[in-house]
Design a protein. Structure first.
Length: 122
């Protein structure tokens, strides 16, 4: 079950790289957590992955997110929220919910530590 959840999360994270309404980081972190408990080799592969590994290591080591990752995440989040609210979703209640959720995600991202991009990782 954890293995399937890990692959599903990883797949959603990959889709999120190209689809602004899906977040990438939470799904990749969830995949890492699922793989950690179900497959040592898949967990190692994901943590050592050239694209995702460094971000997972920073987060798991308590260093947070890199400044560029925060900026890209927030710009993508608010661009997709703006398009959704202004052009796609005609219901005010849903628009308000989308903005509230985006604001909560923004606060969470901004409260995470910002790690030095050039700091050595373990």
């Amino acid at each position: 079950m954890l293995l399937a959840c890990g692959w599903l999360s990883f797949g959603l994270g990959i889709v999120g790289m190209f689809l602004p309404i899906l977040p990438t980081a939470p799904f990749i972190l969830l995949a890492a957590a699922c793989f950690m408990r179900s497959s040592e080799s898949l967990h190692r592969w994901l943590v050592e992955h050239p694209t995702f590994g460094i971000h997972i290591k920073d987060y798991l080591d308590g260093r947070g997110l890199r400044r560029r990752s925060k900026v890209v995440a927030l710009l993508t989040l608010w661009a997709s929220v703006s398009v959704s609210v202004l052009l796609l979703v005609p219901l005010l209640a849903i628009d308000i919910a989308i903005v509230v959720i985006a604001a909560a995600v923004t606060v969470y991202i901004l409260r995470l530590p910002t790690c030095d991009e050039f700091a050595p990782t373990r």
